[in-house]
Each structure stands twice: as C-alpha cells, then as structure tokens.
Design a protein around this ligand. Structure first.
Ligand SMILES: Nc1ncnc2c1ncn2[C@@H]1O[C@H](COP(=O)(O)OP(=O)(O)OP(=O)(O)O)[C@@H](O)[C@H]1O
Length: 234
C-alpha cells in the first residue's frame, strides 16, 4: 500500500505568555501515524485534545518537533469557517476559476454537491447560505487535485440532513478519485460515514487507533467508550 503521509514522533509546544510568568503547553506529544493512498483517517477527540494542531503542523502552520514526510505535491484543506477562508469581495465563480480555469469541471462539481451553478456562482460568499458556502469550500479544495486533503470539521456548520448527504458525496468522490484525507472531528458519529481508520486523541496523545469496525465494535480504552456513549441516538 502506498503511503502518502508519514508522521513520526510529532510534538507541538506552545508558550503561553502570562503577565508574571510564561507557561509551556504541550499540545501534541509524540504522535506517530501513516496515511495510505485512498484512505480516510479520522482524528477524533474532545475539544482541546490537539487534533487541529496535528493538521496545522502538517501544513507547516505551527513549529513542531519530529518528522513529517509527505509524498506528494499538493495538500488542500477544508476548514470549519468557510467565510474566513473565501475571498469576501470576489464572486464564487471568479475565485474558483482563479484556482482552475476549467468551468465545465467546476459546473460538474457544483452538480455533484447539489448546488445550482447558474444561480449561485455570480454571488459573493456572504450572499450564500452557510451550507452553500461550506460546499463551495469543499469544491475549492477538490479543484487542485490534491494528493492529501486535511479536512478539519468541514461539515460542522451543516444541518444533520445536509451533513449526511455531504459525507456520502465525499465518500463517493473518495472512491472514484482515490482521495487521501485526514478527517479531523470531535464528532465520532460522522467518522462512521467517511473514515476507514480512526485515531483517538486525548491530551495531545493518541490513546487508541483502529479500523472503523474495531473502534465502534470493540473499543479498548475507556475514553473511546465514553466518546461512543456520547453519540446521540437518533
Ligand atoms: N497558537 C496557540 N497558542 C497557544 N495554545 C494553543 C494554540 N493553538 C492551540 N493551542 C492549545 O492547544 C490545545 C489543542 O488545541 P487544538 O486546537 O489542537 O484542539 P482540538 O482538539 O482541535 O480542539 P477543538 O475540537 O476544540 O477544535 C488547546 O488547549 C489549545 O488551547
């Protein structure tokens, strides 16, 4: 199996400067994992467990110790705040065409995400609904044909029905285009619809790792069981 990303002994430390003294905070502690081509690896854990920081270190956005080996050309990301990651004054059409001047491809992606290209593409991001914007972000990250996608809570702002539908579409795209993705979420339920493998993080460390089936059917750690119990029953 081809490895797209190998992370070895990754640690990230922040210095929180107080008025009287500074404190060193270990947000990520010795995390190691590999991501294979065509695989979706979920990173789950409660708020503050270090999930986002792992993704930011891979993107080179925070200083880190350890080794990150990316065997590809392009990484794209989907973040949870679509308004902040789109240009506010340019139309959606303009900013997507700037990334890839292939309107037919953009139209096909709009159709696969159930968005009306003719009606929406001339609008600015602030003129779209939250759910429409979030889907535009997903489309934008797919346009560069990335070797790796870092998706950090990419569907957290969608309502439940749209969430499931977008996950299903992403899953289909993953299967058709062999996408490799790191899927960061606090919501274990969503991993069920997209991930092949899951890593559970707590206090900056990986406490458990396994296939979807292993984590859901036979969790080994109490912390993972607590996360599973916290999933709302529909
Ligand atoms: N730039 C920073 N400076 C100082 N501390 C930081 C910084 N970025 C993150 N942290 C701290 O590192 C810890 C891990 O943060 P991180 O965003 O990785 O958590 P998370 O698991 O993604 O949480 P959430 O699900 O709430 O997004 C948190 O305690 C956070 O306050």
């Amino acid at each position: 199996m081809d490895t797209v990303l190998r992370v070895e002994n990754l640690s990230v430390t922040f210095e929180n400067k107080g008025i009287l003294k500074s404190e060193v905070f270990h947000a990520v502690k010795g995390v190691s994992f590999s991501l294979h081509k065509g695989e979706v690896l979920g990173i789950v854990g409660q708020s503050g467990s270090g999930k986002t920081t792992v993704g930011r270190a891979i993107l080179g956005l925070v200083p880190y110790e350890g080794k990150i080996e990316f065997k590809g050309k392009t990484i794209s990301c989907m973040f949870q705040d679509p308004l902040a990651s789109l240009h506010p004054y340019l139309s959606v059409r303009r900013q997507l065409l700037d990334i890839l001047p292939d309107e037919e491809r953009i139209k096909r992606l709009f159709a696969s995400f159930n968005l009306n290209y003719e009606r929406l593409s001339g609008k600015k991001p602030s003129e779209l609904s939250g759910g429409q914007r979030q889907r535009v972000i997903i489309i934008r990250s797919l346009l560069v044909s990335p070797d790796l996608i870092i998706a950090d809570e990419p569907i957290s702002m969608l309502d439940v029905t749209l969430k499931m539908w977008v996950l299903k579409t992403l899953r289909e795209l993953k299967e058709n285009f062999d996408l490799s993705m790191l899927f960061v979420t606090h919501d274990l339920l969503t991993t069920k619809y997209i991930c092949d493998r899951i890593m559970v993080m707590k206090d900056g460390e990986i406490v458990e790792e396994g296939t979807l089936e292993e984590i859901f059917k036979n969790p080994k750690k109490e912390y993972t069981r607590e996360l599973l119990q916290a999933i709302p029953r529909l």
